[in-house]
Write a protein that binds this ligand. Structure first.
Ligand SMILES: Cc1cc2nc3c(=O)[nH]c(=O)nc-3n(C[C@H](O)[C@H](O)[C@H](O)COP(=O)(O)OP(=O)(O)OC[C@H]3O[C@@H](n4cnc5c(N)ncnc54)[C@H](O)[C@@H]3O)c2cc1C
Length: 490
């Protein structure tokens, strides 16, 4: 396993293919610092005696101790631990821990490449290639991001119907030594601070769309890739330092006729498995949300509770009702993820067939519960901001700048007029509101809320998964029976 220092040292040696705000930048550019600080916590936690058990696992390939973010779930316990590790680490940042895309894509590809290799049309030994990549991923303790979201062009058209065929990443050439891919994946979290990028399709695919059924891995600084990066960093503090500086990055990952050697290809042309890889990454990722969303709610509950305490309204009936809403959403999201773990099996839902065995025996969370939890908590994020706004009042929207709070000419006056609670030191109140502003009203807050709503799939995607997999007919039978109606015609 690596340390944070080893992780950062490797980033410093990577090629320069990041573009931001008109500049070409390297991986240790100041803008990357917040995101690197977040990712580094995943290395610290694997060494920390307090979290070692939760944040490490035993590799089923080598028997070595590895970072849990690089593990393939071998049983129900692993699914529980992934959810709990995610909540534990997100609590350390108050938001996303950003390494889950790698573990979620790895678990999806582990199952998909195994099944796809059985296909008589398989272009290469997908699962053998996968195992070779996975062993390196685990032993070198690499960070992977997952590039699933295509630009998608005209929303109501399928990949093969688009005016521009490059709206979904596709294979433009097959060679004896590999494939050439073209297209762009967008909003790819932490691609700029990852060692590797795992690429999977975005949607179910049909005959004629073989070129879009492609899964592979590339180094994130690979020739043929350009990353255009957007940063969501919290404001740095000069006077009221928090002791941490966290941030996030998301990239447009552009494959400009990029050559991928066969040994990095895990699927190429099998449309059924292309669709399943899209579905499985989304499923594992929605399960991760049952760890990170409750953790974010832990932070939001703390913000709401302290805002109420500072405002002296914590016993007001409407505040108790609002706090209970936050608690219910977070803990129901957690409970849904817990159930998804407890009912996990090496099985996947196939339309018309129900749950069938899939993959080499690695565990997959139950899809109804993973989708229910993600949808419930994802849809709630703007309401959470509304609750914070309600309890805080207008103060965070016009809170003085840090330099005015420190300026000897204005400091004492501002401290006098900001103070709402004589039982709490004014310096603590100021630190609290600055943090509140970072979370809800800063430049990065909007992007983070959009990410919490759409990341892992917009609510409509979960609703489609839920209603297409849930046995609604059996519920209608239940009513038919109780109402004395005639039975369903089979
Ligand atoms: C901060 C952030 C981080 C992210 N990180 C990652 C990441 O690491 N990796 C990754 O792969 N993705 C990532 N995503 C992408 C995320 O998964 C997508 O935003 C999400 O799946 C929605 O896709 P979209 O943004 O293209 O929205 P759209 O699909 O354009 O949705 C816009 C609206 O159009 C509707 N719509 C779209 N298609 C149809 C249709 N066919 N019929 C009817 N209505 C339709 C939607 O329901 C929605 O109402 C991230 C997103 C954000 C914001």
């Amino acid at each position: 396993m690596r340390t944070r220092e080893q992780y950062i040292e490797r980033l410093g040696k990577m090629n320069c293919n990041l573009y931001s705000n008109g500049e070409k930048i390297d991986r240790l550019d100041e803008r990357q610092e917040g995101a690197i600080n977040v990712m580094s916590l995943t290395f610290d936690a694997a060494w920390d005696p307090a979290s070692k058990d939760l944040c490490t696992a035993t590799s089923h390939l080598t028997g070595e101790t590895i970072n849990r973010f690089n593990h393939i779930h071998q049983n129900v316990e692993d699914l529980h631990k992934k959810q709990d590790m995610t909540r534990y680490l997100c609590n350390k940042v108050g938001q996303c821990i950003q390494r889950c895309m790698g573990i979620d894509a790895a678990n999806a590809l582990n199952a998909v490449s195994f099944e796809a290799q059985k296909s008589p049309q398989a272009k290469t030994a997908y699962y053998d290639n996968w195992l070779k990549w996975l062993e390196r991923f685990q032993t070198e303790d690499l960070v992977a991001s997952c590039a699933q979201t295509d630009v998608k062009g005209e929303r109501l058209k399928r990949p093969s119907e688009q005016t521009d065929p490059d709206m979904y990443v596709r294979v433009v050439e097959e060679r004896s030594d590999g494939i050439v891919v073209r297209g762009s994946k967008v909003h790819i979290s932490e691609a700029s601070i990852s060692d590797e990028i795992l690429v999977v399709p975005n949607r179910a695919l049909r005959k004629g769309e073989e070129a879009y059924a492609v899964c592979f891995a590339v180094p994130s600084d690979y020739e043929g890739i350009k990353q255009v990066v957007h940063y969501h960093n919290s404001r740095k503090r000069d006077h009221f330092d928090k002791g941490n500086h966290f941030g996030y990055s998301d990239s447009y990952v552009i494959f400009d006729d990029c050559f991928i050697p066969w040994d990095r290809v895990f699927l190429c042309g099998e449309t059924i498995h292309g669709g399943l890889s899209a579905l499985l990454f989304a499923l594992f990722h929605r399960h991760s949300y049952s760890g990170c969303k409750p953790a974010t709610l832990d932070f939001v509950i703390g913000l709401a509770g302290l805002a109420a305490e500072i405002n002296g309204i914590e016993k007001a009936p409407h505040v108790r009702e609002l706090l209970s809403k936050l608690i219910m959403t977070g803990e129901l999201g957690y409970a849904a993820g817990y159930t998804a773990s407890a009912l996990g099996k090496p099985e996947v839902f196939m339309p018309g067939m129900g749950f069938v065995p899939y993959g080499p025996g690695s565990y997959i969370p139950h899809s109804i519960y993973a989708n229910v939890g993600r949808c419930l908590t994802g849809e709630a994020v703007f309401h959470e901001q509304e609750i914070l706004c309600n309890i805080a009042g207008g103060l965070p929207a016009t809170f003085p700048y840090e330099k005015d709070l420190a300026n000897p000419e204005t400091r004492a006056l501002l401290e006098k007029y900001i103070n709402r609670n004589p039982r709490m030191p004014i310096e603590d109140q100021i630190r609290f509101w600055l943090t509140f502003v970072d979370f809800g009203l800063s430049g990065s807050a909007g992007s983070m809320t959009y990410g919490a709503y759409h990341g892992g799939g917009s609510p409509i995607m979960e609703q489609i998964a839920i209603t297409s997999q849930y046995d609604i007919e059996s519920k209608k039978d239940l009513v038919r029976n109780l109402a004395g109606m005639s039975p369903r015609k089979k």
